[in-house]
Design a protein around this ligand. Sequence first.
Ligand code: SOE
Length: 380
Amino acid sequence: MKDLNIGLIGYGFMGRAHSNAYRKVNQFFKLGYRPVMKAACARDGAQITEFADNWGWESVETDWRKLIARPDIDAIDICSPNVTHHDIAIEAAKAGKMVLCEKPLAMNAAEGRAMVDAIEKAGVANMVWFNYRRVPAIALAKQIMDEGRIGRVFHYRAKYLQDWTISAKVPQGGATLWRLDIDVAGSGVTGDLLAHSIDTAIWLNGPVEAVTAMTETFIKEREVQGQPGTLKPVGIDDACAFLVRFRNGSIGTFESTRYARGRKNQNTFEVNGENGSVCFDLEDAHRLQYFDHGDVSHLHGWRDLLVTDSDHPYMGHWWVPGCVIGYEHTFIHAVADFLTGLETGVAVQPDFRCALQTQLICDSVLESARSGQWVKVPEA
Ligand code: SOE
């Protein structure tokens, strides 16, 4: 088995999710590579040392440029806020390192294009962590659609709903609330949540041709975290709804908000085809609803598939049928797929170019919300 030395940048929510994945992946997947947790990096020396001790990183750095320059690092994993992705990815690619980057790829598509150019010029392995592709029930929906079971698709319907920003007292910025600061996040729910829905949609249902959108920012000013009394205008979209025309002739609706009281992380989609439908809700993540019009008519009804059998995607690596897995496993699956890609030479998806396509759709959505016009989505 070959070692793959990882240098991780960032120690927040995603730093934890990725660290856990590196620790577990070889226990559950037979692979030709083993990720070695060489170094974790962040500006705050005390915080990153505590993080590294907790998760088992061998060393720490406080300057990402030094991390990239280290000859003992093979792959850079970017878990720091969106505003940092562009510079780190380009520098890492120039240094010949593999790059794994959290979603969304960049602050906007212009940055994303520069990142794709650098990555492809360097010819380094790369992946963007759209982890929901690795939910077994979503991967099963993909299998069902690829097998042609639902037939020609007419409708795609997605929602991504949360409720954690409703209070006007929630500040913006800082280590924990940078997602609310336009200068660090690039956009609001469009880049943070709808990017997930879009990635899933283009994976399942193919390219998007055009979009028309509306956005809203409900709270217009928020305090800057760590600076009591300092208010800053809110530049992000708190909510976004858009319509889509897919290249395959189907039409779609997408909605996202952080103001849906009671919805914590409800990521759903339903696809309606000529011969059947599939329907998924992340808050019931081990289930996939499937309707087959081919069933004898007196047995027509939605099937509630419990996606835990060993012949369901990824599930053969886990427990016995009926024992569910969770959110953190999607990141373990992502690492396993990345390492398998290195072994087989078949690049893992979504790579940077694929994530640029999602970024272009996000940019088109925001442009349409500003102009009130339909926007044709450019090609990555
Ligand atoms: C935002 O609250 C967030 O943490 C996103 O940034 C993640 O990508 C999503 O999976 C869960 O919600």
